[in-house]
Design a protein around this ligand. Structure first.
Ligand code: MRU
Length: 361
């Protein structure tokens, strides 16, 4: 891994649209370049990766994060593994698949992308090794582009539910940084803003990684969408004042009954929304649904190091040796959700039946 590459992302066309200026993932000349999201907004530095092991570490260490972005990155990790073996008679990518699958447990997009790459590989075994590598690279590019298109479709669908003069609250970062581009929940916010329906966006700061403060505020300000940062504890007061029309969030995994695993703190917001009669929207592409899991309680929840809670950006804030818990995600039960937007349509209760109709085989 290096950061001394002369790589310039501006030279590559990555299907930007107006009001959507960020692309954090670039694959170019057999190398993967990732915008280091741990350093934002202070520094905009791209790191360069050439092996699947380095890519797996980048996912675990949060260089790249957000469910769809993790899936796209893992697909490129497989492409790097394939390039390493391009001179061999056959490709053996088992270790690469295993290492990448172990990088983070909750976002199902990671496993979806790896399964897709695996089946594409199985479908092209009759080709030469070089042709197989080229096929895998095209497949990863398709996963990337399809994610952007899905986000743009969800943006339109979700925005159709938002009334004029709305104030919206969002959590974590679900924008171009967390996806191929445009964003899921932030894509709906972008579309609604472009449709002149949004007067104010509130971004919850999102402890402990501060994705709201560091990333969402940065993305929205770059694209001239009016954003105010809110500490997590201020959400109740904000909702009580009656100014928020919708809380809009993304998802890392949605079970067959419509329960939603998303960034820790999402469940708190959904409970607050129900109490205050504020509508609650989840926005996620079909690659975030896991129909093999019936209920949210069976979704694996990542537990991250306790130092992420006892320190802020490396600075100790709790007493030395203080123990902490750090679940990275929580599960919001479907009865707290008004609508789930996916690129194939708008889902409402009863979620189990409607998810099966829209996405079941
Ligand atoms: O730990 P992170 O930053 O990867 O968590 C991200 C989230 O929880 C997002 O809300 C989710 O992945 C949806 S992003 C489009």
């Amino acid at each position: 891994m290096s950061n001394s590459s002369p790589f310039n992302p501006d030279l590559i066309n990555t299907s930007h649209t107006r009001g959507d200026s960020v692309r954090a993932i670039h694959f170019h000349n057999q190398k993967l370049h990732l915008l280091d999201q741990r350093l934002l907004p202070a520094q905009e530095i791209f790191l360069t990766f050439t092996t699947p092991q380095e890519v797996a570490c980048a996912i675990t260490d949060m260089v790249v994060r957000g469910a769809p972005a993790i899936g796209i990155t893992a697909a490129y990790g497989i492409v790097l593994a394939a390039y390493q073996q391009i001179d061999k008679d056959t490709l053996n990518l088992k270790d690469a698949f295993k290492t990448l699958a172990a990088s983070r447990p909750t976002a199902v997009n990671l496993f979806w992308a790896l399964n897709k790459m695996q089946s594409e590989l199985e479908n092209c075994l009759a080709l030469s090794t070089a042709e197989q590598v080229a096929h895998l690279e095209k497949c990863a590019h398709d996963i990337y582009q399809d994610d952007i298109l899905a986000n743009q479709s969800m943006g339109k669908l979700g925005a159709s539910l938002i009334e004029e003069n709305s104030q919206l609250y969002t959590h974590c970062n679900t924008g171009s940084l967390a996806t191929g581009g445009y964003g899921t929940a932030l894509g709906v916010i972008r579309s609604a803003f472009q449709g002149n329906k949004v007067t104010q966006v509130y971004a919850g700061e999102t402890r402990p990684w501060l994705q709201g403060a560091r990333l969402t505020a940065w993305e929205l300000m770059r694209d001239d969408i009016p954003v105010k940062l809110s500490s997590e504890g201020a959400a109740g007061q904000l909702l009580r004042q009656g100014n928020i029309n919708w809380i809009i969030v993304g998802a890392d995994r949605i079970s067959a009954n419509g329960d939603v695993a998303n960034k820790i703190g999402t469940y708190n917001l959904a409970v607050l929304a129900k109490y205050h009669n504020v509508k609650f929207m989840v926005v996620a592409p079909s690659t975030t649904f896991d129909l093999t899991i019936q209920h949210g309680q069976d979704i694996p929840i990542e537990e991250r190091p306790s130092e992420e809670v006892t320190k802020i950006q490396g600075i100790q804030i709790a007493p030395e040796h203080c123990e902490a818990i750090n679940p990275s995600f929580d599960v919001t039960p479907n009865e707290l959700i008004d609508a789930i937007i996916c690129e194939k349509g708008i889902l409402k209760a009863p979620f189990d039946i409607n998810i099966q109709k829209l996405l079941g085989k």
